[in-house]
Write a protein that binds this ligand. Structure first.
Ligand code: MN
Length: 476
């Protein structure tokens, strides 16, 4: 990796900012002089690679600069003030945000680690770009993990799975998430990784002909209808296959092992394409999903339909607009491209307004002063398995697995929780201790004259949000 290669890429989407980026690079290069990575390369190659990953996402100027400088506060003798003086305050804040808290403030390594994990996770609330730089940093470190000791490899891979993969998921950055998962599996279970990557190669080879045939046929149909399109073939990532197999599924049960991704300009074209695909290839009715009208809680949008492809082979077809595809690959980071100039503000606003995890995270952060309790709660409540249930209006609500109607009620609104008297799930009354399942349709019966939440609801509720509201109510 060289600065020339990085600047080349940046020129493609942001030619005006090349000068400052070059100056930041020269400064970082000077600071890291004489430092080397375990691979033997000069240290500066690492920040350069991180900046390159960010440039691939079309990150804005300050984020690229922060990528170049991200290790300078920790490993060289510059200061936040100096970076602010030389360049600007935004860059200095971002670099400070990705810098670990110094060990001098802690009596044990564990305390330091917990405080740092908390710092990374909560940085999302003031500037999500900090997490994005962290993800790029982690991605490059995982790509070069072979130079570390076996112990370090496992430790980093585990932390990646526990913290960074969920974060990538929550901001919808599937491309980063998939690569981090595969790299982690490679170091955590290398035999499984080998085995599945061989299976994957074989499937790709065996189905190539069938998928190409289907792709060309659909392309001909869409071209004849004058619908501008691009079609790509994709296979599930190695970790994705591993996870499904370890849940007890057979290879043949995994219906999205192979997919065709059809991209078009407009939403109405998506539904037109859906009709044309179904006319040619019979769908399995229950495998159809409309994530355009009902996006996932991380804003993933697409139509999914599994059809009988050539040779009776089941093929998942994903139909979406080009913008949706960008969001599916890069999540929030696609905003850099889609909302040029305004990206940072729109990212922060959308996170607050549209991404369901944001409120829970803010709540957990406010509730748990102790870093260990905070990290444990985030792992249990946000980074663990989830259930997705429907409101009466069909809106999908994300809750941690094991949640009850009480959690649902408080997630919708505090008043609904506080006046809840009964719950109806799939048209039947259930006790409030009922454990919610995927796709449950939940209706909360309220009564403004109710006595309010009983104190023992605290133990029934699973989420911090509900517990806190119940406690507050009973204090009053
Ligand atoms: Mn780094």
């Amino acid at each position: 990796m060289t600065i020339e290669k990085l600047l080349e890429l940046i020129k493609e989407y942001n030619p005006e900012e090349v000068d400052i980026i070059k100056r930041v690079y020269e400064y970082a290069d000077m600071l890291h002089k004489g430092q080397y990575r375990q691979s033997g390369e000069p240290y500066i190659t690492h920040p350069l690679e991180v900046a390159y990953i960010l440039a691939e996402m079309h990150a804005d100027r300050d984020t690229i600069c922060a990528g170049l400088l991200h290790d300078t506060l920790e490993d060289t003798n510059t200061t936040k003030e100096e970076i602010a003086d030389l360049f600007n305050k935004e860059i200095a804040n971002l670099v400070d945000g990705v810098t670990k808290l110094s060990k001098m403030n802690f009596s044990t390594k564990e305390e330091q680690n917990l405080a740092n994990t908390r710092k990374i996770i909560t940085s999302i609330t003031d500037d999500v770009r900090i997490i994005i730089v962290k993800l790029a940093d982690r991605l490059h470190n995982m790509r070069t993990l072979e130079y570390k000791t076996v112990f370090k490899q496992k430790e980093n891979a585990l932390e990646t799975m526990e913290i960074f993969v969920p974060l990538a998921y929550y901001i919808g950055a599937y491309r980063i998430k998939s690569e981090l998962e595969d790299l982690s599996l490679r170091y955590l279970k290398s035999d499984k990784y080998e085995e599945i990557s061989n299976i994957k190669n074989k499937i790709e080879k065996d189905s190539n002909e069938c998928l190409t045939e289907m792709m060309l046929k659909i392309k001909r149909i869409l071209d004849a209808e004058n619908i501008p399109n691009e079609i790509k073939i994709r296979t599930k990532n190695i970790y994705g296959i591993y996870k499904r197999l370890s849940e007890g599924n057979k290879l043949s049960d995994i219906h999205d092992l192979l997919s065709l991704k059809i991209m078009v300009d407009e939403i109405k074209d998506c539904y037109q394409v859906l009709y044309l695909v179904h006319k040619e290839y019979h769908p399995i009715n229950e495998k159809f999903k409309d994530y355009i009208t009902n996006p996932k809680t991380n804003m993933y949008s697409s139509l999914h339909t599994t059809v009988f492809g050539p040779g009776n082979r089941l093929i998942q077809t994903q139909i979406r607009t080009f913008d949706m595809d960008k969001i599916a690959s890069f999540g929030l980071t696609a905003y850099w491209d889609i909302n040029k100039g305004e990206a940072r503000r729109v990212m922060q606003e959308d996170l607050k307004g549209k991404y369901q995890f944001f409120k829970s995270l803010t709540e957990i952060n406010a509730m748990f002063g102790d870093n260990k309790e905070f990290v444990t709660q985030v792992k249990n409540e946000l980074f663990s398995d989830k259930v997705y249930v429907y409101t009466t209006k069909g809106v999908i609500i994300e809750l941690p697995k094991g949640s009850t109607p009480i959690d649902f009620a408080y997630k919708i609104h505090t008043d609904i929780g506080n006046t809840m008297v009964a719950a109806v799930v799939n048209d039947e009354y259930v006790p409030i201790t009922y454990t919610l399942h995927n796709k449950d349709r939940v209706k909360i019966i309220t009564d403004p004259l109710s006595y309010g939440p009983r104190e023992d609801w605290m133990d029934i509720a699973k989420t911090s949000y509900a517990k806190r509201r119940i406690k507050e109510f009973n204090k009053k």
